[in-house]
Design a protein around this ligand. Structure first.
Ligand code: SF4
Ligand code: SF4
Length: 128
C-alpha cells in the first residue's frame, strides 16, 4: 500500500528511521521531495501494517495520507493515445490487447508527470 508522508520544518527527527525502529516494519521509499521548509515522501508499506506505520509517523509529528487510488483517470476524457505510457517512470500504463490503456495504480509514486503530459486532462493524482 502506498502512503504519503508530509513533514514540516518543525520536525527535526529522522522520522523514517525512527518509525522503522519503532515498528520493525520494512518501509520502501518510492519518492522523496525534501527541502529546508518541508518534505513530501511516498512510501510503500505492507498493507496489513499501514495503520501501525501511520500511527508511528503521526506520533513523530508527521501527517499521513493513505494513497488508496494514487492516480485517477477520467474515462470520458481519455482517448487512449498512449502519451502517458512513455512519461511514467514506473510503468503504470500499458496498452491491452485491444489497444485500450490499462492502469496498474499500485505502482504509482505520484510524481505528477502524466498529469501534465496528458493532452486531454484525463489524469489526476489523489491524496486519499
Ligand atoms: S495521455 Fe491521457 S488521453 Fe492519452 S492515453 Fe493517457 S490518460 Fe488517455
Ligand atoms: S503520477 Fe503518473 S507518471 Fe507519475 S508515477 Fe503516477 S502514473 Fe506514473
Amino acid at each position: 500500500m502506498k502512503m504519503m508522508i508530509y513533514v514540516s520544518a518543525a520536525v527535526h527527527d529522522p522520522v523514517i528511521a525512527r518509525v522503522i525502529l519503532d515498528t520493525d516494519i520494512e518501509i520502501n521509499v518510492d519518492r522523496a521531495n525534501i527541502d529546508a521548509t518541508s518534505g513530501e515522501i511516498v512510501l510503500e508499506v505492507p498493507a496489513d501494517s499501514c495503520a501501525r506505520v501511520a500511527t508511528a509517523f503521526e506520533r513523530h509529528g508527521a501527517s499521513v495520507s493513505i494513497l488508496e487510488h494514487p492516480i485517477i483517470r477520467d474515462d470520458d476524457e481519455c482517448v487512449h493515445c498512449g502519451a502517458c505510457i512513455n512519461v511514467c517512470p514506473v510503468q503504470v500504463f500499458s496498452f491491452n490487447d485491444d489497444w485500450i490503456i490499462a492502469i496498474d495504480e499500485s505502482k504509482c509514486i505520484q510524481c505528477g508527470t502524466c498529469v501534465t503530459a496528458c493532452p486531454h486532462a484525463a489524469l489526476m493524482v489523489m491524496s486519499e
